[in-house]
Design a protein. Sequence first.
Length: 140
Amino acid sequence: MTAKHDMKKLVEEIYAVRDRGDVEATLALIGENCTFRMVGNTRLAPFSTESSGDDFRQAITQLITVWDLSNIRTAGIYVDEDEHMVFAHREGEVRHIPSGVSFPTEFVDKIHFRDGKPVKIVEFVDTLQVAETTRMIQVA
């Protein structure tokens, strides 16, 4: 198998367990040396600031327990083998579990790899939708 195939397969496995809501399996597949950041205004902190270590674990746990992605599908996975990077395009219906609010969406994850494991996840989402749904901010 090629590194390209391995990176794509691992991302597919991570999404499969994440979409089932399995926090521990998701964290086990990602590994301990990864960071996460959602691209957006600092008002969305802590998600819009890069987290690592225990903060990473807490951020991933909160995202999985608060956002139901069981109706999200992976529209495409694009691997840049030279840069050891994966771009994953996902789309579908997402549900904010605490409020019960559901909405259609699309987002992209940029996942950097080192030695076959993710080391940096950068997520591009509709941050205004996230902020309004979670009531982090209110827009008139």
